[in-house]
Design a binder for this molecule. Structure first.
Ligand code: FAS
Ligand code: PHB
Length: 389
């Protein structure tokens, strides 16, 4: 098979890139190792920056998001008995949209199918060849037979556990990582959200987050031990723990119900430099991971896709390779700012197993500064709604 851009990974990064390329007359093929149903069964991000919403609209996939997305004009941070309401419009001319990553992926798959996009599911043994040449290719197995795709470029959109990143030689690649000593236990429940805004809560018992998907679908998280197991947590145990971590007025009005999904996500910060090698370009989780505290994972994947798609259009339409040559530098400039914000929110709001009384005082002082400083709130708002592309 021959294509212009071979995309490894049929998650949001790969699908969005494929859709944007198709809109600009550039041919691509997606290789996905799972089934579509498996990809759509993942419950992940919930908050979209305007930049991602605009890209989805540009890709022709923004209609349902515009109809069903919840515009959020602020967020709430609570630290023990202190609550800080951040109103984005007081600081930036932007807001965010609450709309689950699952729905984004569903919309992208629908557009991909409607556009007769090419995708192969349940592929195995994907291997990248000659990425440093002008004629890279991919070999893989599908339906028991060996396949090959010859292409001009390869987009590694295959997430943290994919093959793309490790195709960059270890003596070329530099990896930066911080693994946090805790995870997030998340549940989905068909109950009304506890508040109109998201509540990021820090308590002596640990962190909790109150989020939502729609007026009758709520998403809650509590910080848990990194080696904790979902089976250790009954729904009742989860609700009881959540109530003692969020502000009391929220706890009193919390509507509980059976979980329809329950999972634990590990927390890490990770960046691979560079994000390109020859004609291989990494996008999204294939290149970087953030703790979800800043709601930056999916949104930073979107800015990578934005830079790569525009550079590819510039190459195919004008023969200009300059943006492709600068892709890694351009993408990493924004990636690192998202990493910093996600690390800062995580460090501020979580209780670390080994933290000292001094460390706690630093968290309390940071919260008090945030509560009393417009400048500090403005920095949070600018980062939360998403820095410019
Ligand atoms: P993805 O991992 O979504 O997609 C990669 C795709 O590549 C997958 O479909 C995979 O099956 C496929 N693939 C992998 N290896 C392959 C191979 N060798 N061949 C072919 N295909 C291959 N972000 C937030 O903002 N908020 C959150 O609350 C949040 N929660 C998360 C919870 C979990 C458990 C995880 C893992 C991530 C979470 N994220 C969250 C981050 C998440 O939203 C990612 O940023 C987002 O999925 C990135 O999208 P992709 O880059 O497409 O990677
Ligand atoms: C979610 O709704 O899943 C969500 C929202 C905000 C975050 C992380 C996760 O920071």
């Amino acid at each position: 098979m021959k294509t212009q851009v071979a995309i490894i990974g049929g998650g949001p990064s790969g699908l969005l890139l494929s859709q944007l390329l198709r809109k600009n007359g550039i041919d691509s093929v997606i290789l996905e190792r799972q089934t579509k149903d498996h990809v759509l069964s993942r419950i992940r991000a919930g908050v979209l920056e305007r930049g991602l919403a605009a890209l989805l609209k540009e890709a022709g996939c923004g209609a349902r998001l515009e109809r069903e997305g919840f515009i959020h004009k602020g967020t709430v941070l609570s630290f023990e008995d202190t609550q800080i309401g951040i109103t984005f419009a007081d600081h930036v001319d932007a807001d965010v949209v609450v709309y689950g990553q699952t729905e984004v992926t569903r919309d992208l798959y629908e557009a991909h199918t409607a556009g007769n996009g090419k995708i192969e599911f349940k592929v195995k043994d994907v291997e990248i060849h000659d990425a440093k040449s002008e004629t890279p290719y991919i070999t893989y197995m599908a339906e028991g037979s060996a396949r090959r795709i010859d292409c001009d470029f390869i987009a590694g959109c295959d997430g943290f556990h994919g093959v793309s990143r490790n195709t960059i030689p270890s003596n070329v690649r530099e990896e930066f990582e911080k693994v946090y000593p805790f995870g997030w236990l998340g549940i989905l429940s068909e109950t009304p959200p506890v508040d109109d805004e998201l509540i990021y809560a820090s308590s002596p018992h640990g962190f909790a987050l109150c989020s939502m998907r729609n007026a009758n679908l709520s998403r809650y998280y509590i910080q848990c031990d990194s080696d904790d197991k979902v089976e250790n947590w009954s729904d009742d145990a989860f609700w009881k723990e959540l109530k003692r971590r969020i502000p009391q007025e929220a706890a009193q009005k919390l509507v509980t119900g059976p979980s329809i999904e329950k999972s634990i996500a590990p927390l890490r910060s990770f960046v691979c430099e560079p994000m390109q090698w020859g004609r291989l370009f990494l996008c999204g989780d294939a290149a970087h991971i953030v703790p979800p505290t800043g709601a930056k994972g999916l949104n930073t994947a979107a800015s990578d896709v934005n830079y790569l798609y525009r550079a590819l259009v510039q190459f195919y339409n004008k023969g200009d390779e300059s943006s492709l040559k600068k892709y890694s530098e351009t993408a990493l400039a924004r990636v690192w700012k998202a990493e910093r914000f996600s690390w800062w929110m995580t460090s501020l709001l979580h209780r670390f197993p080994d933290q000292s009384p001094f460390d706690l005082k630093m968290q309390q002082a940071e919260i008090e500064f945030l509560r009393t400083s417009t400048a500090a709130q403005s920095v949070l708002a600018q980062n939360y709604v998403g820095l410019p592309y």
